[in-house]
Design a binder for this molecule. Structure first.
Ligand code: FEO
Ligand code: CA
Ligand code: CA
Ligand code: CA
Length: 580
């Protein structure tokens, strides 16, 4: 499948080879430095990181959380900004000296404090590099125990009420925050993904709703239920309904209450790609990262007003949620599609089919999506809107169930059985109108391994032995329209993955189709989380779970140090624009 591309004018850097080393490597002429690592203190009085695993929960509550994921930068001035970043989960092998074998009540609090969101100020200093500012009055930790408000159509519904919260409107915390979004009115969206993995119900049977959301009765790996009864579904069966939402946070006000926006539906939210339709409605494209789940679109009821920030603060409160159906002629890697409305009383979303109200349609959005006939996808991860605001891209990371389960047939945008490598889907709203129900789609890229396979598993024509990778996950655009692809794949470098090395970041030209490797991560990491300084001369990229499962990483400090999830800042030695 090796092809040569006309040299893309967008891509101005030298391609990186694969790596199996324990370093974060960037092209010649670039530098990459850690900005902050798990455990670095961000709040006043928080202690320095101590790698013994013996620090109490109170220390972690003032430190940068674990396993960095989606992030956004909110400029304060030319050289100062706030960074809001997700801390998706934590690894007990690294968090605790006892590696999770002897959990105490304070350990559960510590694990809960390692999750959530970190907000901190960063400054481009005279040395030419970005530094985070410990003690800035903007700095904030949001954890699995921070008080939040449930808002929108499902707030206050009986299914959201618990013993601790009879109002169904007040919830503690956010966890497993995967990727993110940023609104035009300056708020941060954090996306609750695999929330199911924190709940248990010893001895119970799971019902249909619980099964569809992946909830399991057995003791889960985090064991929070042993010391925190709200994670025990035999005591609080409704607590899981209060998670799996998009949460809106105002980073500029450290005392503000985060808001869970129920109008955007409950599922395993990967990210929230926000844009504006020409008529001013706010559009949020949303992926549900699970084998055989769906892609969604929210359209706000009200319109964005660029002159009135206060009028925009509740735009995500009311609107219409849609889910995508992709149609294709047999064997075609392109076709048409339709957005199917998830509104109570329409498309079969009626009491006879189990939905008593719009609140229930949002709480059980996955089941509503099945009733309206949504297409089951190969694990939708990040969605990104091209700066032309006419084309949307989504990483479909992989799916071992494709072709092996009745509800996941091979075809359309999911063209390969037992999909190990993933693909990148692209769609174009009809007439460029994001509020239109109709769109066209194709596959921008089908990942594969042309050195191991000669069939469709070799990948599309723009995949070569020099740029191959598996499991695209993070996805984003810079202002010039370069598409950045971040991988969360198998890093064995053997068999189907031979010649792919560690997880990596690539850059693509959406017009020419060229894909070029830009950076490679350390051992056993995933690359995830991406944002830029406004001048596009600094790029912030996350290294998540280096050294997971006791793999031999000492990133970033080297020597014998404990591996730590970190945010890297990439700059050019000549101060130029990243990627150009
Ligand atoms: Fe947290 Fe779907 O990745
Ligand atoms: Ca992800
Ligand atoms: Ca992933
Ligand atoms: Ca991850």
């Amino acid at each position: 499948a090796a092809v040569t591309h006309p040299a893309s004018k967008l891509l101005g850097f030298t391609a990186m080879p694969i790596s199996t080393s324990d370093e974060f490597l960037v092209p010649e002429g670039y530098i990459a430095k850690p900005l902050i690592s798990w455990g670095d203190p961000i709040l006043k009085n928080a202690p320095a990181f101590d790698e013994s695993g013996m620090q109490p929960s109170s220390a972690q509550a003032g430190q940068f959380g674990d396993n960095t994921d989606g992030m956004s930068l909110f400029p304060l001035s030319g050289n100062r900004a706030l960074m809001a970043v997700n801390n998706e989960y934590t690894n007990y092998l690294l968090l605790f000296a006892h590696q999770g074998n002897n959990l105490t009540a304070d350990d559960v609090k510590k694990a809960q404090a390692a999750h959530g969101v970190s907000i901190f100020e960063v400054e481009l200093k005279a040395d030419g590099h970005w530094h985070y500012l410990k003690d800035s009055s903007y700095n904030r930790r949001i954890t699995a125990n921070t008080e939040m408000e449930l808002t929108g159509v499902a707030a206050g519904h009986a299914l959201l009420k618990t013993n601790a919260d009879p109002t169904g409107k007040k919830v503690l915390g956010t966890f497993n925050n995967c990727s993110n979004g940023k609104t035009p009115w300056g708020t941060y969206l954090t996306c609750e993904e695999n929330f199911n993995g924190y709940f248990a119900a010893p001895g119970a049977e799971m019902d249909t709703h619980q099964k569809r959301y992946g909830l399991k009765a057995d003791k889960n790996k985090y064991q929070w239920n042993t010391f925190d009864p709200r994670f025990d579904m035999t005591k609080e069966p409704n607590e899981p309904h209060r998670h799996g939402w998009i949460v809106e946070i105002d980073p500029m006000d450290p005392t503000s209450t985060p808001k869970k926006r129920t109008a955007l539906g409950r599922f395993k939210h990967e990210n929230a790609a926000v844009t504006l339709a020409d008529n001013g409605h706010v559009i949020v494209y949303l992926g549900d990262d699970e084998r055989g789940e769906h892609i969604y679109k929210f359209v706000s009821k009200n319109r964005y007003n660029p002159d009135d920030k206060a009028a925009n603060t509740d735009l995500l409160e009311e609107g219409t949620l849609f889910v995508a159906r992709f149609d294709a002629a047999e064997g075609e890697l392109k076709g048409n599609g339709e957005w199917l409305e998830l509104t109570h009383g329409k498309n079969g979303l009626t009491a006879e089919n189990g939905f008593d109200s719009q609140a229930e349609v949002m709480i059980y959005a996955r089941e509503a999506a099945t009733i309206v006939g949504a297409t089951t996808m190969d694990r939708p991860e990040w969605i990104a809107v091209h700066p032309d605001n006419k084309t949307i891209f989504c990483t479909l990371t992989n799916n071992k169930n494709r072709g092996n389960k009745d509800n996941q047939p091979v075809g359309g945008p999911n063209p390969r059985a037992d999909n190990k490598y993933g693909q990148i889907l692209r769609w174009m709203p009809e007439k460029g109108d994001h509020t239109s129900d109709a769109f066209n789609w194709d596959l921008f890229l089908v990942a594969g391994n042309p050195t191991v396979h000669s069939d469709f598993y070799a990948g599309s024509a723009n995949i070569t032995d020099e740029n191959m990778f598996n499991s695209p996950d993070g996805l984003g655009f810079d202002d010039a329209g370069r598409m950045w692809i971040l991988t969360d794949g198998k890093y064995s470098n053997e068999g189907d993955y031979a010649g792919m090395g560690n997880n990596q970041m690539l850059c693509a030209d959406p017009a020419s189709g060229e894909v070029r490797r830009f950076a490679t991560g350390p051992i056993a990491c995933e690359i995830t989380g991406l944002t830029f300084s406004p001048d596009q001369r600094s790029m912030f990229v996350g290294v998540q779970h280096p050294g997971e499962d006791n793999k031999p990483s000492h990133f970033p400090a080297g020597g014998n140090s404990k591996p730590r999830s970190s945010i890297m800042v990439i700059q050019r030695e000549d101060g130029g624009i990243i990627g150009a």
